[in-house]
Design a protein around this ligand. Structure first.
Ligand SMILES: Cc1cc2nc3c(=O)[nH]c(=O)nc-3n(C[C@H](O)[C@H](O)[C@H](O)COP(=O)(O)O)c2cc1C
Length: 367
């Protein structure tokens, strides 16, 4: 039987599956219920010192469905961080730790660009006994208007400075959660590491518009006739998330990466681990299918490990990173392989397209 547990920054996770910051960890009741069901760790919904500034709207979610079966493949939200009073959060975090002392519970925190505010929220949260922090440098909507969230995450010098403020007072590990709404994810990730981050979480949601209602001509989710671009998550973002995790893993060796984006089953999660993620977070998957998916996640991971002969998660964490290379190297490898097989000519040439484009596309697609 495979051992699903993993040590990250000196914290033992019974399995690598962590509920991501968002609706799944909005209060103590659901956090305790999730630990009871077997989640390996939980990052609570992002909190700030003054929740009175957080005002949500309804509806705030939008869905993109597959054409054939109507399955939800993309999910948009314009939800803000937690609107629960900070003092209530402190009581609930302490209560969760008392109920589940050996389960990793991280506080996701976000503040305005003020050292005193970041250090106050850090010190007051850690007094509850939580195991770590995730710094939200990545909420893509609403809060950037207050220069918070992704507005910070897109400025590497601010990421470094704010991470440093938190590290000055934090006694527990600190992960920085990255925005995907940038060109090169390695730049802010490296800045967070310079600031002292022990881990990097990626990705938060991708700025998006889930659709336009063709009856009303209004964008969705429609709030009193209007909308705003929101954050995209769920299956559709997984390939982008995998790319970010790969780049961050390669550019920040030795830093604990927590990967997420579109994980709904063990096969999705294993791919993040193969790219170096030591934990895998799940948000939309739990929202769509329920907290109970933890059972299938653990069973599926265990079956994969037994099938491949891996006894621990460490044995395959990052194993696929070595297979990324440059385009020039791919060309050289393919030329060498063709020479070895004594094949003449070039493998692919634009003059080979004759007009049956769907069939020709299929022929060029990896199996
Ligand atoms: C409705 C909703 C609310 C979210 N709220 C937060 C939040 O408060 N803080 C945060 O760091 N990420 C938040 N996220 C982002 C998720 O934690 C996660 O980074 C993202 O959704 C990608 O993972 P997924 O495809 O498993 O959902 C939220 C996501 C959703 C869908």
């Amino acid at each position: 039987m495979a051992d699903l547990s993993i040590d990250v920054n000196g914290i033992r996770f019974p399995n690598p599956f962590v509920l991501a910051s968002g609706p799944p960890g909005t209060n103590g009741t659901v956090i305790k219920r999730s630990f009871g069901l077997g989640w390996g760790g939980i990052i609570c919904k992002t909190m700030s010192l003054d929740s009175s500034k957080v005002i949500n709207v309804v509806p705030r979610y939008g869905r993109v469905k597959s054409r054939e079966h109507g399955e939800v493949i993309g999910f948009q939200n314009i939800e803000l961080i937690s609107d629960m009073d900070f003092d209530t959060w402190l009581v609930e975090l302490a209560d969760c730790k008392a109920a589940y002392p050996d389960r990793p519970l991280f506080a996701s925190i976000m503040e305005e660009y003020r050292k005193e505010a970041w250090q106050e929220i850090t010190e007051r949260c850690q007094a509850t006994g939580i195991d770590g922090f995730e710094l939200n440098f990545s909420c893509p909507h609403g809060l950037p208007e207050r220069k918070m969230g992704a507005a910070m995450g897109q400025a590497p010098e601010i990421v470094e400075e704010v991470t440093g403020w938190v590290k000055e007072v934090s006694k527990v590990p600190v992960w920085a959660k990255m925005t995907p709404n940038i060109t090169d994810p390695a730049i802010p990730a490296a800045a967070a590491v310079r600031g002292g981050a022990d881990g990097i979480s990626a990705i938060n949601t991708i700025l998006s518009i889930s659709g336009i209602n063709l009856d009303t001509l209004r964008p969705m989710p429609t709030v009193e006739g209007y909308s705003e671009p929101g954050g995209y998550s769920c299956q559709a973002v997984r390939p982008i998330a995998l790319r970010h995790v790969m780049h961050i893993g390669r550019s920040c060796p030795g830093v604990a990466v927590s990967g997420m984006g579109g994980v709904e089953c063990a096969e999705d999660a294993v791919q993040f681990i193969l790219l170096g993620a030591r934990t895998v977070q799940v948000c939309t998957g739990a929202m769509l299918h329920g907290y109970e998916i933890i059972e299938q996640l653990c069973e599926g991971l265990s079956a994969f490990m037994d099938d491949k002969g891996f006894k621990t998660v460490d044995e395959f964490c990052g194993k696929s990173l070595q297979y990324f290379t440059t385009h020039a190297d791919l060309v050289a490898r393919q030329a060498a392989a063709r020479t070895a097989k004594k094949e003449a000519g070039r493998a692919s040439h634009d003059t080979m397209w004759k007009g049956d484009i769907a069939k020709e596309t299929e022929e060029l697609t990896g199996k």
